[in-house]
Structure formats: C-alpha cells, structure tokens
Design a protein around this ligand. Structure first.
Ligand code: C2E
Ligand code: CA
Ligand code: CA
Ligand code: CA
Length: 278
C-alpha cells in the first residue's frame, strides 16, 4: 500500500507538471496570438422574449493554438489576466468587433454587440476615451456596443470600476452584470453602479426545467431585478421547456444553444436572414 501511495503521488506530480507546462506554454504563446492571426470572435444572439426578435449578439473570443488546437476562453482569458497580457487581448477584441460592426453596417445591417470586459479593463481610466474613439472612427452609435462585466471584476476595485463605468454609461453604452449570482455582491451594491441589465449565470439556468431550487432562485432574481428597473437576461437556455418557463417568469432576454451556438462572423448575416423568415 505504501507502493500504491507512492505511485499515486508520482502520477499527481506528473499531472501537476503537465498542467504547469501547458500553462507556461499558453502564457508564452498568447503574446504572439494577435500578430499570428490566431484569434477570432464568435457571435451568439440574444433574443427578446416579448417579440422573439434578435436584439443583440454577444462577442466571444476564440483561440486556435498552432499545436495545441482550440483553447477554451475560460482557460486562456484567466491566464492572460494573471500574466498581465489581458489588455493586449481586450484592445485587439474591441478594435476587431467595432471594425466588424462597421463592415456589417456597410452591408446594410445595423447590428448591436455586447463585449466582455475583464477586471483590468473596468479599472482602466483610458478605456472610455478609447471606446469613444472607436465609435467615432467606425461611425457607430453608442447603443451598438454594450459591455458585460462580472460582479467579481467590479468588486476587485469598486471605486475605480465605478468611475470607468460611469463614464462609459455617460457615453451611452449599456452595462450588464455578467455571471450574476455566482459572486458575493448584493443587488444593493450593484444598484450603486450604472447598470442596465443582469445576466443570470447559466449554472442557475441550465436545469431550470427540472430543478425546483434553480427555478426559485431565477424567479426571485427576475422579480428583484425588475423592481430595481433592470432588464434580465438568462444565458444557457438549452431547450424549449426552459425557454417557455423563462418567458412565463418575465425574463426579458434569452440566450443559449436552443436558439444558436456562438457562430463565426461570416455566418451572422445569413443566420439573421434565415430567422427573419419565421
Ligand atoms: P460568459 O461571458 O459567461 O459567456 C457565456 C459562455 O456560455 C460562453 O462560453 C458561451 O459559449 C456559453 N454558452 C452559451 N450558451 C450556452 C448554452 O446554452 N449552454 C452552455 N452549456 N453554454 C452556453 P465561452 O465562449 O467558452 O466563453 C467562456 C467565458 O470566457 C465567457 O463566459 C467569458 O467570461 C470569457 N470570455 C469570452 N470571450 C471573452 C472576451 O473577449 N473577453 C473577456 N474578458 N472574456 C471573454
Ligand atoms: Ca458574457
Ligand atoms: Ca456566465
Ligand atoms: Ca464568465
């Protein structure tokens, strides 16, 4: 059994080494991902419950590593945050998404997109000016770009985040609290921020059609959010039962695989054309 224990320990150490090596490789190679054209954005629609229309797309970052293949954003975004490389990725993303909106606009489609910001973006005093410049350069209205920030990102430095978000809000951009329900902040704290929307985390939504507890949490979040004048979005809507349940609860917007998975930019306009037939 001592032998058995030793083997298990050895496997554990090797597993740790492997994970560590992968992390170091990703952190290193992420620095060249932009210049090597390895990043792109995928777009997932958000549906308004009152009329079933697409109101917006969320832009989600994608990375194909030359030898390791597809790396999930949950993995590389947090590595970029820890290694101090996130600002470079965010810059690329904002530039790329606004250029894309401009291109769609020239093709006759006024699309609106939500982008995800990380903690270092929301405390960056330069961000509002930078976004204003991008809007001007690409002839976009402020309501075509909205911002998703997690409660934990905001709470890391609530004062700096409040300043940045107030400026962005003054520019006319709408702000959503992402992953709502997974952090420790209260609605009272969130209410002091210039927030327009709550995005209920998919962990509460995925099994809402079968889990009574999740249903209760989502129902009371919608009620409290509405009483504070916030719009409510549910992410992770995977089936028709969940969609109609959320509709009945008064959820304002729905997002999830039931409607569409995140798609490459090339598919967005044809997808929009196809759904308009309904
Ligand atoms: P998020 O902002 O909470 O995005 C929602 C995630 O849920 C996305 O994963 C999306 O593809 C996935 N999803 C959407 N519908 C469903 C569904 O019906 N079922 C299930 N199971 N999942 C669904 P993704 O694209 O892997 O992104 C993961 C996270 O990475 C995002 O979570 C966000 O926190 C971060 N991220 C992605 N792109 C960016 C970015 O450009 N900047 C920053 N800072 N973070 C990003
Ligand atoms: Ca998001
Ligand atoms: Ca989420
Ligand atoms: Ca997230």
């Amino acid at each position: 059994s001592a032998r058995h224990h030793q083997d298990a320990h050895q496997r554990y150490v090797e597993g740790q080494d492997e994970r560590h090596l992968r992390q170091l490789t990703l952190i290193h190679d992420l620095r060249d991902a932009v210049s090597n054209n390895e990043l792109w954005m995928a777009y997932q629609p958000k549906i308004a419950t009152h009329n079933g229309q697409v109101c917006q797309f969320e832009a989600l970052m994608r990375w194909r590593h030359p030898s390791l293949g597809f790396v999930p954003p949950d993995e590389f975004i947090s590595l970029a945050e820890r290694s101090g490389n996130i600002r470079q990725l965010s810059q690329w993303m904002l530039e790329h998404v606004t250029a894309q909106l401009h291109e769609w606009q020239q093709q006759g489609h006024r699309v609106s997109v939500a982008v995800n910001l990380s903690a270092s973006d929301v405390t960056d005093a330069e961000l509002p000016r930078q976004l204003a410049e991008l809007l001007a350069r690409y002839h976009l209205a402020a309501d075509q770009v909205s911002l998703e920030v997690t409660e934990s990102a905001v709470m890391q430095d609530i004062e700096a985040a409040t300043r940045t978000l107030n400026e962005l809000s003054r520019l006319g951009m709408s702000i959503a609290i992402d992953d709502y329900g997974t952090g420790y902040s209260s609605l009272a704290q969130i209410k002091r921020l210039p927030v327009n929307e709550l995005k209920i985390d998919k962990s509460f939504v995925l099994k809402i059609d079968t889990q009574e507890d999740d249903l209760t949490i989502v129902r009371s979040t919608i009620e409290m959010g509405h009483s504070l004048g916030l719009s409510i979005v549910a992410e992770g809507v995977e089936n028709a039962a969940s969609a109609s349940l959320l509709n009945r609860l008064g959820c304002d917007y729905l997002q999830g695989y039931w409607f569409a998975k995140p798609m490459p930019s090339d598919d967005v306009l044809s997808w929009l054309d196809a759904v308009e037939v309904f």
